[in-house]
Each structure stands twice: as C-alpha cells, then as structure tokens.
Design a protein around this ligand. Structure first.
Ligand code: IVH
Length: 674
C-alpha cells in the first residue's frame, strides 16, 4: 500500500468515525433529550467533518450529518403516493363519546376482550411519512388527501430531530409516521421578531410549520426551528412489535423521536377519561401545542382485527380539547408604529379571562385581515389563544350588532408624526414614510441599544423617551454626542447614573461588526445574517461595496436580503449616517483590526473552489486582520486555505509542511480574533 493510500484510509476511517459520533450525539440530544457533550464540542466535531469533506469531496454521502440542507431550490413538490393510506381519526369531544367508542369496540370484538389503551397527546402540527430503506432516509411526504401527498424530502432532511440514518436493530424497510411541529417558545420568538419588523405574524405554530414545510428553498425551512414526534408506522418489513407501546419504544431505539414521557397506558376507558382530564390540565404547561388526546388500542393484533372504515381506523379515536376561546367586545383600536415604520392595528378588548389568562388586547395583523373579518369598533367578537401570547380574533358575532359600530379605516397619515403612510405593492402592511418619525426613531433606538446589538446598558425605555422629548437625539449618531450636562436635564438623574450611562455609550463603540450591523436595523438583517455578513466581508466598507451578484453568491442570502442591503447602502441618508458614525469613533472595521495581532505578519494562500466566500473576500479578511495574502506557495507561506478541487498548490503546501485550513477552520481562526 502506498503512502497516499494509507493516508486516504486514515482519512476515510476518521470520516466514518466522525459520522457515527455525530449521528449518535444527534440521537442523544433530539430523541432522548439527554446530551452527553456540549454544543461547542458538537460544533467542533461538525467542523472537523466539514473540513475533511471539503478536502475530500468523494467522502460526502447523502446520509452524512453535513448534508442536511440542499442547495438547489425546487420548482415544485413532486406528488408522492402512499403505499398504505394515511388515515385520519374520528373525533370525540367528551367522556360520553369515549364511553361510546369503548362500547363500539367491544361490540365489534364480540367477546368482552380485556382491552388496554394507549393515550397520546394529539400534537397540533403537520403529518408526515418518512421512508427508510436499509436504515437510510430515502423519502418524506406530506399526507395530502391520504392517498397522494407531496414529496418534501429536501425540507424534512433539514430537521435535526429527523435521523438521516437509523441505528441499532432497525428493519430493512420502514415507513414511519409522525407530526412535524414547532415548540411554543420558538414560535413566539419568531412572531415577536416579525412583529418588530412590521411583518405579518403567524396565527399559530401549526400554520407556521405548514408554511415552513412548503418552502421550495430548503434553506428557509432549515432556518425554522422545527421538530418531529413519531406516533406510528405505515409499513414495516419483518415481524412488527406486538403492541403499539413496544412499537413506539422500538422507533425510539432506532433513533426516531417519540414523546414517550407524555404517553400513558390505560387499563380501561375509566382510566382513559382520567388521563384525558389530566392531559387537559397539563396542556397549559407543555412546551408545544396539543389540541386533544389520541386513544389507541395497544394490541397490534386487535388493531388488525378491528381494521378500518373508509378513512379512519376503528381502533383509535381523537378526543379533542375545547378551543381556548372567549367572547368579548372590541372597545377601540390603537395603531402601533414600529422601527421600520410599519403601522399595525391592535384591538383594545374588554378584559376577559381565557383559560386562566386575562386578555385585554388582540392583534389585528393588518387591514386585509380587518376586511376579511368585517370587523368594526364596538363589535362582539370571539377570540382564541392558540400558541401566541397575544390572541387572535376568529369571528365577529354579527347578531350582536346594534348599528352603532364604527368602521376601522386604513390610516392615510402616521398616528405619531402625521407623515403620509404608504403600502408598497405586494405588501400587506402600510408604513410611515416620515424620515424623522419619533415613533420609528424610538423603536430604532430601542433596537440599537438592545442586547446583541450595541448593548448599551442602562439605556431603557424611560431614558429613550426623555432623550426624544428633550430633542437631544434626532438620529442614532446623536447618542454618541451626548454630554454630561445634557443628561442633567433628565428627571431623577444623579451624577453616578449619568456617568454610568455615558460610559456604557462609550464602551459600545467597541462592539464588533456583527453587533453593529444588527443594530442598524436594516430590513431582513437579523442577528444571524449580521454575523454571516460580518464573517464574509470583515468590514463595513467591503459590505457597502458588494454587488448584488456578490451578495447572492453567498449561501443563505436570497434576493430579498440582497435587495435590502443594496437599498440601504444606496440611500444617501444612510451613507451620511455611517460616515458620521466613523467620525464619532464607531468603525467596527478598525475595531477588528485592533484586535488582530495574531494574524499579523502571517502569509495566506487561497486555493481550490472556495464555497463560503470568494477569494477576494478571503484575502481582504486576511488583510483586515493584519495578515497578508499571496498568490503562490513558498517556504514563507504560513497557511493555505483549500476548498474542494485544490490541486498543485495544495500538494506543494503539503510538501513544504505548510498548515492546511478548510474554509470553516479559516473562519474560525478569524472568529478567535475577537
Ligand atoms: S394517529 C391511523 N397519533 O392527527 C392513525 N395522529 O386526525 C392516524 N396526530 O393526521 C393518526 N398526534 O396528523 C395519531 N399521537 C398521534 C397524533 C396524531 C397528532 C394528527 C395526525 C393525523 C391527525 C388525525
């Protein structure tokens, strides 16, 4: 065996080992909720895998843990027919219905069988079928009409809780069924972000999950924190387990996620009813939405004996929970103006308690929604809490109208500054056009000083209000012009408080580029994209000069984001603002240079087809961190950054003993600079 073969053998076995480790830790984390390593350690393993694969593209297989996000958007979802129909469930609504269900089964089975039931939470998400062949995930489909669904494999693969490869004693072929859903905390966070950006919010986690799974570009699905819980099978090769409980346990053993902790066995229908009541109480504390309880006969043999009707099995039933609805009155409507000028209507309600939570306002989303509901001030309405803390109005009770109700017209002027309000084509939300709208400025200041942005400690709502009232701040840069004497005009402002605030403002000048980019509040640039952009470009100047094509060539950046950045930098007011920031000593580019003595004097060579940044960007990153980029490898070269397909330069670097970095390792090196 030659030296090269031996090296390749070593690489191959390291790659196999890494894949196994990552699959295993994924399983511990997602299926069992019992991680054994830190997130940082997991990231380290993943980075190593990515770097091995970048150097050896031949090693990449479709079930590698690195291959979750597909790169090419689809044009449509192909139809996917189900080998056995995906049935739905008959509904029950109370204890009486459950007793009827039990009696029906006993009649059908003739003998008074000793029935055992399994009680599962009825997850409120989207049903999917996952097909595994020899343990590999080969296809995923939605339910559709139960006979034919849509193939959404690309999107399902992005869900970290879905194993790409089963483990243990899995059967040769298996079709698993389960519910994809989003946990409440993640849903609320996403809605909050949308609300802040003035984008329409989602009514409930189910709608958001369904929307996320229907993205033709899997990158978008990957950005939504979805998860899955499996509750059954379509087909299985070999001998299936004898009870439903054993089946669920086996699924879990094979690496699939099952919400086993909330699933309970019941010896008779009395125990089922007891569990139904318990689960209804538990519902308020669960981290995800459930809309009922599914009752299933545990014995698979009896399930087969009972069989199914045209669309529903006889051996299972869904006992629904009452919707968390109440009736109240819309007393008035207030208009909120967000950071981007988005004007959103919010209904002030006569306070009412909805399953233990007092509710006094409801989001109306936008005027299309008001029209759809045909809502007026004074109307009696049915509101529902479904995942979001802020409830939705589901219906107007028209019978209760007295004739005194008032319409809710779309505003022509901003309720705060009086500037015209305009709705762009294709948008559902009108926005205030006023450049100096205090409401916009207030929200912009709140965002600018928040954690993750410039993180100015002590600059809260109350102080921002006073700064605006006293006209001390008319744009973001004015914060850095504040003097001690200005602050003494404030109510309850002592010397210590003033000094602390000025110091916090001063310290914020040192924040890294990613914080500054996020703080600027550019549309569609959240903290994640800000980090990505700052990694890619290294300086604000480089980002400002980036062309649309250059932006679009970056993984995760689509046309909307590229457009938003181009528009932001094209605006002369924004450019002026950025210049003022620099004059005032806020220049994150200089900042990162100041910290980067570790790259000082180091010589880098880039080779191969780089995927995460262009060669020019890589070189300017090196330079902005004090290093030097060169076109050829020599004894003086310190690092070679090699992408896929690297050839002679990489060979030469190996001979000369130059340190070899993957793109990810290079970016990590720069990160450590901070
Ligand atoms: S069993 C033949 N179990 O409810 C059995 N379904 O109306 C079919 N669902 O389409 C489904 N949690 O999307 C089952 N623990 C659970 C479930 C569950 C949620 C959904 C599923 C199905 C619908 C039935």
């Amino acid at each position: 065996m030659s030296e090269t073969d031996r090296t390749f053998d070593r690489i191959q076995s390291e790659h196999r080992e890494l894949c196994q480790q990552l699959h295993h830790h994924n399983y511990l984390y997602h299926a069992l909720d019992r991680p054994e390593i830190s997130d940082a350690e997991y990231d380290r393993l993943m980075q190593r895998l990515l770097s091995l694969e970048a150097d050896n593209p031949g090693l990449v297989t479709s079930d590698s843990p690195s291959q979750r996000v597909g790169t090419t958007p689809l044009s449509h979802f192909p139809p996917a027919s189900h080998a056995s129909p995906m049935l739905s469930l008959e509904n029950a609504f109370n204890a009486e219905d459950l007793i009827d269900f039990d009696a029906r089964i006993k009649r059908f089975l003739a003998d008074d069988a000793n029935l055992e039931y399994l009680c599962e939470p009825k997850l409120d998400g989207v049903a999917v079928a996952l097909t595994y062949q020899k343990g590999k995930l080969i296809r995923s489909a939605t339910r559709g009409d139960g006979i034919i669904g849509e193939e959404i494999t690309q999107n399902i693969r992005t869900i970290a809780a879905v194993p790409l490869q089963l483990q243990g004693d899995f059967p040769e072929s298996l079709e698993v069924r389960g519910e994809v859903y989003m946990e409440l905390e993640a849903f609320r966070k996403l809605n909050l972000q949308r609300r802040e950006k003035g984008e329409p919010t989602y009514a409930n986690p189910r709608n958001l999950t369904a929307g996320s799974l229907r993205q033709l570009d899997a990158k978008l699905t990957a950005s939504r924190p979805l998860t899955i819980s499996c509750y059954g099978i379509g087909n299985i090769s070999g001998k299936p387990p004898t009870t439903h409980q054993k089946l669920l346990e086996a699924l879990r053993r094979w690496g699939l996620r099952v919400n086993i902790e909330t699933i309970k066995r019941a010896k008779n229908i009395r125990e089922v009813i007891k569990r139904y009541n318990e689960l209804q109480q538990l519902r308020e504390q669960l981290p995800y939405e459930i809309d009922g309880m599914v009752v299933k006969i545990n014995s698979r043999e009896l399930q087969l004996e009972l069989g199914e009707k045209s669309r529903t099995p006889r051996w299972a039933i869904a006992c629904k929970f009452p919707a968390r609805q109440e009736t109240t009155i819309v007393e008035s409507v207030r208009l909120q103006v967000g950071r981007t000028g988005a004007v959103t209507p919010v209904a002030n309600l006569k306070p009412v308690s909805v399953s233990g939570v007092t509710v006094s306002s409801a989001s109306l989303h936008n005027w299309d929604e008001i029209t759809r509901l045909d809502l007026m001030v004074g109307d009696t309405v049915i509101i529902e809490r479904a995942g979001d803390v802020i409830p939705d109005i589901v219906k107007v009770v028209k019978d209760k109208r007295s004739g005194k109700e008032q319409p809710i017209p779309e505003p022509k002027h901003c309720p705060i500054c009086g500037s015209p309000v305009k709705r762009e084509t294709g948008e559902v939300i009108p926005r205030c056009q006023g450049l100096n709208c205090p409401a916009k400025l207030k929200e912009a200041l709140k965002h600018f000083s928040s954690r993750g942005a410039m993180d100015i400690e002590g600059l809260g709502d109350r102080l921002i209000d006073q700064l605006l009232r006293l006209n001390l701040v008319t744009n973001l840069t004015d914060l850095y012009r504040l003097q001690r004497r200005d602050l003494f005009q404030f109510e309850r402002m002592g010397e210590k408080l003033a000094d602390n605030l000025l110091q916090a403002i001063e310290i914020s000048k040192q924040r890294p580029l990613e914080n500054f980019l996020f703080a600027l509040g550019i549309r569609h640039i959240g903290s994640h994209l800000a980090k990505l952009l700052s990694r890619q470009f290294g300086s604000l100047k480089a980002l400002e000069q980036a062309s649309r094509e250059e932006l679009l060539s970056i993984h995760e950046i689509g046309p909307q984001v590229a457009e938003s950045l181009i528009n932001f930098f094209a605006d002369s007011n924004n450019r002026k603002l950025l210049e003022e920031f620099v004059e005032l000593g806020i220049n994150p580019q200089t900042e990162s240079q100041g910290n980067s003595d570790r790259l000082k004097g180091k010589i880098f060579v880039f080779t191969g087809s780089l995927e995460q940044f262009s060669r020019k960007e890589g070189e300017s990153l090196v330079e902005s961190h004090g290093g030097r980029a060169s076109g050829s490898v020599s004894k003086k070269t310190d690092y070679i950054v090699a992408g896929p397909g690297a050839g002679s330069k990489l060979e030469k670097a190996k001979q000369l003993g130059v340190s070899i970095l993957s793109e990810a390792e290079f970016l990590d090196l720069i990160e450590q600079e901070r």
